[in-house]
Design a protein around this ligand. Structure first.
Ligand code: BGC
Length: 976
């Protein structure tokens, strides 16, 4: 193990002594942005990149190819050669130029050398890594796992912890297994919207659309569908759901993979999804842990910088905002958590002992395994000590070079005593325990891979039947790798039906003047049906209404905004088995005997379009806004730097509306879009925010437009009037402010609607808002105390179960050497060593390593101290459907904390957001009927995180509980 390198890449190794948990105050003092840093970077930028200033985009170029094989080659090229080579050349050229400059500038040298060093040590140490196997509900799995792990040799344990390398096996992530002990290789596959790189699988609506349904039952059912499909394709670990990014910045490139800009909405949706996935036996992965809020600079090298961005976040914000959905996921029993690329408080998220050992494994009692995002591991020994359990895809600092930071290096580190043998035992044990916990030892459900019958039954790297088992290696043997198993269900169980239902419920109607919607198939609004004699003219405008002539998968990883938009791009995107474009559904729903449809499926419309295309009674205009993951870009976009519609969408809408008295706008987008350039035009009668609907896009939209279902989506984010309305924290950092960009989350808890409320900014459409085709009233709010108020949760319960123990004797190094005659594949990562000369030696452990931390008082159960989940208040309310048709209403419960709260431990005043969402229920109600809806509030819902006490505190004083239809439409309020 290259120890120096290892230690210096670990921020933990350079901790400032005595650094405490970062509090709000310490964050306020922690200002990292500096003009000088920026100047240096601009100097570098000018030297290394031909791009104009201000356009930072990922070094991995956008791919043009279609198909998995090409995609793989692209990825290989970009990741192995293009990206690295390019940035290597860039850095060499920069270094030479900079070197020359330094010689010339003499005294300036010291400054330039010192200044770009990343900051270190703002995340406190937390050691040793807590062992898994401490809860009753996991006991049986841990006991079985202990029996299995005790049969494993050291190299087999290493195999369980280390991926075999990018594209070395069939999935995007693979472990090699421990055959002698009886543990199979594992296949880890994206992702949150369906099975990436697979055929005959459903392209589900995106997370943001699921969030917009506010429907817990649909969240669970989609999870179940995802789980079933992954299992039938032979995937052990699904790389989703995503719950980070949270949506701090409305333009965050991957916000659409998650469920919306609120921790409670994210937490409930994530937990429901996880329950669904895991009820099918597939291990879910809660990702990306944590504070991975933007794509720019998310990882080293991708953005031509040697370091990832550091999200600098205070302890209270971490707990009350970004950690919340992860806590809910752990409580739902999630098997795996993926640590993210970025640094948090200047310590890499995947070697941050406070976040992994302290917060996840001690405080939240996580019993599963932590895997790294792909190449997010930046250190070897340090990350193992900090609590990382599995490295993915196995390669170390560079894609597909076969040089792992673990693999043989981990074997060596265990043998030379740097990584305690207890740690590797715990790493392997956690993974095997999850495998048992999910029932993957059931060979009927998870057949053991056999010669001639590989599992998974598809390859990520080719669409052909025959392909390589080890694509990135020098093994050229061709075998059957795709058997084209159709996992989409059929008949009544065809998953597309559920996908359509979700996409329809995730569609939000924000404007409906004159009740123009729903439409009648014979044309015009449903309520005006039957009054016409001549044919009714409907114009359909915009590229987004139509299919891509090259097919829905024309751009690799969906990284372009061409034709109808149903998904963002990146690893969260899937191959569409089909994509129903809106125009097709409109044509098949309108009665063409009575309606004349004119299609103008382009965004380039002449001003006098009606002279060319005819006067229209009704115009439906489609516009988009797209974004995606940082390894690809489209039109210089990864994150959205502005929130306007793309591809001339605003102009298109204005032109259509100028000559069409009844204009309906449909927006397909990855998140909030600024509608201000036309929203108040009198001819704009309706606006439908259809989010990202997945494969059944057109059908789901038609269900809503024609009122086959009530429109019941509610906004999972705020639609502001401008990007600056979201506050300074809402802007993407698109230019780095240092060699390790520093992003201070200074707004604390005040993101999205909380910022608008705190600053009395009127949004265009508030969080939680959405119209229905019927009307509802709320009455009879009743708050019942279920448990009295007390300041603190019960004391942390003592562990009733002890983790399994193993022999601590180090194995004979001879057992870790490559077996004689072993055929090594190039770039494949093995656990073996070349020789057995390894000996125990002293290791320079990170500061704080020898000071065991006390258990957190907030811990003691999965998701934290069980008493945090005690229900203290029952909120019940009557909802009446006062309209003429059955409809669905989302009952939203917001809590305002007491004013004048002083933290007893610090004597400091605690500020709260104006109100926070704490629960919701969706109810279907027939016309004129009333339903009682109940939402219970837990201790955690009614507590704040006290930095002084390091615990949740339920403050004294009066809480206000407000109930209604959105964050700003809260007709009922009560006190508790
Ligand atoms: C993404 C992860 C994904 C992984 C594997 C990474 O670039 O951030 O979300 O699961 O790749 O494809």
């Amino acid at each position: 193990m290259a120890r120096e390198a290892d230690l210096s890449s670990s921020r933990e190794g350079l901790l400032k002594h005595g650094a405490a948990t970062l509090s709000r105050d310490s964050l306020d003092n922690y200002s990292s942005s500096s003009e000088l840093d920026l100047d240096e970077l601009e100097l570098l930028e000018g030297q290394t990149s031909p791009r104009p200033r201000g356009e930072w985009s990922p070094s991995k170029r956008k791919k043009k190819d279609n198909g998995k094989e090409k995609e793989h080659k692209r990825a290989q090229k970009a990741k192995r050669k293009g990206g690295w080579l390019r940035s290597k050349i860039c850095w060499v050229v920069s270094a030479i130029l900079l070197g020359g400059l330094l010689v010339l500038l003499g005294g300036f040298q010291t400054f330039v050398y010192k200044k770009p060093q990343p900051m270190d040590g703002l995340s406190p140490p937390w050691y040793p890594s807590p062992k898994g196997g401490t809860y009753l509900q996991w006991q049986k799995s841990y006991l079985m796992a202990a029996t299995l792990v005790s049969k494993m040799s050291l190299v087999e344990k290493v195999n369980v912890t280390t991926g075999t390398g990018w594209a070395s096996d069939l999935c995007v992530g693979n472990t090699a297994g421990a055959f002698d002990a009886g543990f199979p290789p594992l296949c880890l596959q994206d992702g949150p919207l369906g099975i990436r790189f697979a055929d005959h699988a459903t392209a589900w609506p995106a997370g943001i659309t699921v969030g917009a349904t506010w429907n817990k039952d649909l969240m669970y059912k989609r999870g179940r569908g995802l789980g079933l499909e992954h299992r039938l394709k032979g995937v052990n670990v699904m790389l989703g759901p995503a719950m980070g990014p949270m949506g701090r910045m409305p333009g965050g490139g991957r916000n659409w993979e998650g469920f919306g800009s609120d921790p409670v909405l994210q937490g409930i949706a994530a937990a429901q999804t996880i329950r669904g996935i895991q009820d099918e036996g597939v291990i879910a992965t809660a990702k990306h842990y944590i504070a991975n809020e933007q794509e720019h600079f998310r990882q080293a090298r991708e953005w031509e910088l040697p370091n990832a961005i550091s999200s600098n976040i205070d302890d209270r914000t971490l707990h009350e905002l970004y950690l919340w959905p992860f806590a809910d996921s752990i409580r739902a029993g999630v098997g795996s958590i993926m640590c993210s690329y970025n640094m948090v408080n200047s310590s890499s998220a995947c070697s941050n002992s406070k976040l992994l050992n302290g917060v996840l494994k001690d405080e939240l009692g996580f019993q599963g395994f932590v895997q790294s995002d792909w190449l997010a591991q930046r250190s070897g020994v340090a990350s193992a000590l900090a609590g990382l359990d599995m490295t993915m895809p196995g390669d170390g600092l560079i894609w597909a070079d076969g040089q792992s930071l673990w693999g043989p290096r981990l074997t060596e580190a265990v043998l030379n005593g740097s990584v305690p043998i207890e740690r590797i035992n715990d790493m392997a044990l956690r993974t095997v325990a999850v495998w048992y916990q999910l029932g993957q030892d059931n060979q009927t459900l998870f057949p053991i891979p056999l010669e001639g019958n590989p599992r998974p039954n598809f390859s990520s790297w080719t669409n052909d039947k025959m392909g390589h088992l080890h694509e990135s290696t020098d093994d050229d043997t061709m075998v059957v790798v795709n058997n084209f198993t159709d996992v989409q269900g059929d008949g009544k169980n065809f998953h597309g039906r559920l996908a359509q239902e979700i996409a329809a419920e995730g569609t939000v109607l924000v404007k409906n003047k004159d009740n123009i919607l729903p439409l009648s198939p014979s044309g015009g609004p449903e309520h005006a049906r039957g009054r016409r004699r001549a044919k009714y003219n409907v114009g359909v405008f915009g590229e987004d209404a139509g299919p891509n002539p090259k097919g829905p998968n024309a751009c690799a990883d969906r990284s372009c905004n061409d034709f109808t938009l149903a998904s963002g791009w990146g690893s969260g995107a899937v191959e569409f088995p089909f994509l129903t474009p809106p125009i097709e559904a409109l044509e098949s729903t309108f009665d063409l005997d009575q309606v004349q449809i004119t299609q103008v499926l382009t965004n380039d419309l002449p001003n006098d379009w009606s002279a060319v295309h005819g006067t229209q009674d009704l115009c439906i205009v489609f516009i988009t806004s797209d974004a995606g993951e940082g390894f690809a870009s489209w039109n210089h976009i990864t994150d959205r730097i502005d929130l306007y519609p793309q591809k001339g969408g605003d102009d298109l809408v204005k032109k259509v509306a100028a000559s069409c008295a009844n204009t309906i706008v449909i927006v397909h987008a990855v998140g909030a879009v600024i509608l201000e350039r036309w929203i108040d035009l009198p001819n704009i009668k309706a606006v439908v925010l259809a989010n990202l609907p997945g494969e059944e896009s057109g059908n789901a939209l038609a269900d809503v437009l024609f009122g086959r279902v009530d429109v019941s989506g509610r906004l999972p984010y705020t639609v502001g009037k401008s990007l600056s309305d979201y506050g300074p924290g809402g802007k993407i950092m698109s230019k780095p402010n240092g060699i390790a960009p520093q992003q201070d989350f200074k707004e604390g808890l005040l993101i999205d609607y909380r910022h608008f409320d705190a600053n009395s900014i009127t949004p265009r459409y508030e969080f939680g808002f959405g119209l229905s085709y019927t009307t509802f009233t709320f009455s009879d709010l009743n708050l019942k105390t279920l448990k009295p108020k007390t300041l603190l949760p019960s004391p942390r319960p003592n562990a009733t179960v002890l983790p399994p123990t193993f022999s601590t004797l180090l194995p004979d190094p001879e057992t870790a050497v490559f077996p004689a005659g072993f055929r090594k594949l190039k770039n494949y990562i093995y656990p073996y060593l070349d020789n057995s000369t390894i000996k125990p030696e002293p290791y320079p452990y990170p500061s704080g390593y020898n000071t065991p931390q006390p258990p957190s008082p907030a811990g003691g159960g999965e998701g934290g101290n069980p008493s945090l989940y005690d229900e203290h208040v029952s909120v019940s309310v009557n909802v009446t459907n006062t309209g003429k048709r059955t409809g669905k209403q989302v009952v939203q419960v917001y809590v305002s904390f007491p004013s004048d709260v002083t933290d007893v431990s610090t004597g400091r005043k605690i500020d709260f957001p104006v109100r926070v969402l704490r629960g919701f229920e969706k109810a279907e109600i027939n016309a004129t009927e009333t339903t009682t809806v109940e939402v219970n509030l837990t201790r955690k819902d009614l507590s704040y995180w006290s930095v002084g006490r390091q615990n949740w505190v339920m403050p004294d004083g009066e809480f206000t509980v407000a109930v209604g239809a959105s964050s700003r439409d809260l007709p009922l309020q009560g006190s508790w």
